[in-house]
Design a protein around this ligand. Structure first.
Ligand code: SF4
Ligand code: SF4
Length: 282
């Protein structure tokens, strides 16, 4: 089973949930797909054994073959290529390396050159298989790095994916093809707004999901009311705790310091597994 942990916004405790859920289970793999700011390794402290470089193919135009027809610009869905006065301009920072321009060029004028955009590191710690991706500084194309991390999914294990925050392409790349999404939120007006956007995305992808309310005793009751109204299961509530905040700031895991939480996360996993069918919503 593949469970992704996501949130409409950063700072809700998404990584804490992903890490502690992984640490509470056996035969587990943790994939950190928050490639712009991966931090699961701070808490897992894995020993890395392998490292791979992630490239994307960027087009290069042979001006001797190019007649400036403009078809490459027409087929680029990302505005990464422009033809001005029959001269082809490539904006490599916008290029997704999809290859459409190369494929549709009628004059075979485009070749591709690999450009490094990040790395993947693979390691383990106490029986947990760990993989994370790191997008190079200044790069904007996180989906190819996320896909490279997800290539390591081991279906013989329970897979936990820490998705990037937000509701755009990187999140969709991370949660797509997973069996269940845990949406982590906090009971504030901003948290609720971002949660409702994330719910829309997950519903569009038709993935079963539920909500964990972190710092549940702060803020207001509107998040609870929203979940009831929308028939969204609340999987867990974690009240604010100074002790948990201290554990987090030391880079430790909750379940190692507060062992009662191990059972809570194991129960959470069992509930997700058992509810897999009826949690399909709307
Ligand atoms: S499609 Fe090929 S020939 Fe046409 S402008 Fe682009 S690179 Fe040049
Ligand atoms: S490879 Fe794809 S994204 Fe990049 S310039 Fe060509 S068509 Fe655009």
């Amino acid at each position: 089973m593949i469970i992704s942990v996501a949130s409409g916004k950063g700072g809700t405790g998404k990584t804490t949930i992903a890490v502690n859920l992984a640490l509470s289970l056996s035969n587990v793999q943790l994939l950190d797909c928050d490639v712009e700011e991966p931090n699961c390794h701070i808490f897992i402290k894995p020993v890395f054994e392998n490292k791979n470089i992630v490239f994307i193919p960027i087009p290069q135009v042979d001006s001797k073959k190019c007649d400036g027809c403009g078809r490459c610009q027409e087929f680029c869905a990302y505005n990464a290529i422009a033809v001005v006065n029959k001269e082809v301009l490539i904006f490599s920072e916008l290029c997704h390396g999809c290859g459409s321009c190369t494929y549709f060029c009628p004059n075979d004028a485009i070749e591709e050159e690999n450009k490094k955009i990040g790395i993947i590191e693979i390691g383990k710690k106490n029986g947990i298989q760990f993989v994370h991706g790191k997008l190079d500084v200044g790069m904007m194309m996180s989906p190819p790095v996320i896909r490279a991390v997800k290539k390591h999914v081991n279906k013989k294990k329970t897979v936990i994916i820490d998705a990037p925050p937000g509701t755009s392409c990187p999140v969709i790349t991370a949660i797509k093809d997973t069996d269940f999404v845990i949406l982590v939120t906090e009971p504030t007006p901003f948290g609720l707004n971002e949660l409702s956007l994330a719910v829309e995305v997950v519903r569009k992808l038709k993935i079963p999901f539920g909500v964990i309310i972190n710092r549940s005793d702060l803020g207001n009751k509107k998040t609870d009311e929203y979940c009831v109204r929308e028939n969204i299961p609340i999987l867990m509530r974690i009240p604010f705790s100074k002790k948990i905040a201290e554990i987090y700031s030391r880079g430790d895991s909750i379940i190692e310091t507060l062992p009662e939480y191990r059972e809570n996360f194991q129960r959470l996993f069992e509930n997700i597994k058992q509810g897999k069918n009826w949690l399909r919503i709307k």
